[in-house]
Design a protein around this ligand. Structure first.
Ligand SMILES: Cc1cc2nc3c(=O)[nH]c(=O)nc-3n(C[C@H](O)[C@H](O)[C@H](O)COP(=O)(O)OP(=O)(O)OC[C@H]3O[C@@H](n4cnc5c(N)ncnc54)[C@H](O)[C@@H]3O)c2cc1C
Length: 350
């Protein structure tokens, strides 16, 4: 067994994409399943706070010190097996999500191409059911192997047991109970993929609902994502963010009817009397422009996308939260719709 690597004290600002947050008592990089479990069990036995992290791209961490242990889940390994027209791809939690997308394309499946370029690790992908351009991981996820901190055992959860919804899952409802160790997907063996998202269809040059070559879809997605500051790039401070700061609100039909016709609406498969509306549009229409900054704040609205809050280089967590509160109150005052944060807030509230 490889021992966990104790990095000693580090800070959330050094290890997260938003680059804010205080000093952490102990930072452990656990490179095997056994090391992950050992580190977590040790904390649980001692009653010491333990936070499980992947790549740190969807967390907003308090400026205050965290007097506990961060366990970065880092086991590696991807296996692919072609079984009767389906590609079974099993990945350890510590693999980069985008590496999994590339591996699946190379193995003959284009299914994950719309999810290209999403930062973070495979182990975090089921937590908020990551999604983009009309696809989400729950479309293909078969099972998740976890360490259950309540039952103190390794378990295999089926997709159904994960309780997936729009940017949510059982892992968000039962926060911190499960440590994801491995994720399995079944992907159709097909080098093209159906393009259901209008902006992507137009970028690829096909009709909505038509199929397109997976490599072409990936290129178009990466181009679109870069233009919105949604691909991590240390030289582009718009990407010093958590991606979208707010989820698209799901509102009742009655509320949706009060919104201007121009507000983009998306279907919600789970309900016919609810509508998902565009948070980016609501923010822009409530008077917040790209690049907007409160005075003396190191945080700003991304210059490329009104849904992202970026660190200009000097932001504190409090700067980020203050701007998020401002955006939320502008939208509530103008449209009566409450924006809800997408990232996990650690040691702080909005
Ligand atoms: C520029 C940018 C663009 C983005 N674009 C998208 C997008 O298009 N779609 C989208 O859905 N998201 C997007 N995100 C958000 C983010 O990339 C995803 O949520 C990603 O899955 C987070 O992965 P991570 O490994 O960085 O998770 P972390 O930030 O490390 O953790 C996120 C949450 O998951 C938990 N967690 C992490 N790993 C594990 C594990 N192994 N077991 C149990 N719990 C765990 C953490 O405790 C935390 O609550 C974007 C972020 C950025 C910065």
């Amino acid at each position: 067994m490889t021992s966990p690597v104790d990095l000693g004290p580090g800070s959330f600002a050094e290890h997260t994409s938003l680059r804010v947050g205080g000093v952490v008592g102990t930072w452990i990089v656990a490179r095997t399943e056994a090391a992950c479990i050992e580190a977590i069990v040790e904390c649980d036995d001692l009653g010491r706070p333990a936070l499980v992290l992947g790549g740190g791209s969807n967390v907003v961490c308090s400026d205050a010190a965290f007097d506990g242990t961060v366990v970065q889940v880092a086991p590696m390994g991807i296996t692919t097996v072609d079984q009767e027209g389906l590609l079974r791809i099993v990945s350890a939690a510590g693999e980069e999500w985008d590496e999994l997308v590339l591996r699946s394309l190379a193995a003959g499946s284009a299914a994950l191409a719309p999810l290209s370029g999403i930062p973070g690790l495979v182990g975090a992908s089921p937590i908020q059911n990551v999604g983009a351009y009309g696809a989400e991981v729950s479309d293909y996820l078969v099972s998740v192997r976890v360490w259950d901190r309540t039952g103190r055992s390794v378990q295999e959860l089926s997709a159904q047991e994960c309780g997936f919804g729009y940017r949510t899952s059982r892992f968000k409802q039962e926060l911190d109970r499960f440590v994801v160790l491995e994720v399995a997907f079944d992907l159709p063996v097909d080098e093209s993929v159906c393009v259901s998202y209008p902006q992507l269809a137009s970028a690829v040059g096909v009709d909505v609902g038509a199929s397109a070559d997976g490599v072409r879809v990936r290129e178009a997605v990466m181009e679109l994502r870069r233009s919105k500051g949604m691909v991590l790039d240390e030289h582009d401070r718009d990407t010093w963010s958590v991606g979208s700061f707010f989820v698209n609100p799901i509102v009742s039909d009655a509320v949706a009817r009060t919104l201007p016709d121009e507000c983009p609406r998306f279907s919600t498969p789970s309900s016919s009397d609810e509508v998902k509306v565009s948070a980016a549009w609501l923010i822009a229409a409530s008077g917040i422009d790209p690049g907007f900054q409160l005075s003396e704040s190191g945080a700003r609205v991304s210059t490329k996308h009104t849904l992202a809050i970026s660190n200009t280089g000097s932001a504190t967590c409090e700067d980020v939260l203050e701007l998020a509160r401002w955006m939320r109150s502008c939208v509530a005052d103008r449209f009566g719709v409450e924006l809800v944060a997408e990232p996990r807030l650690i040691g702080c509230t909005l």
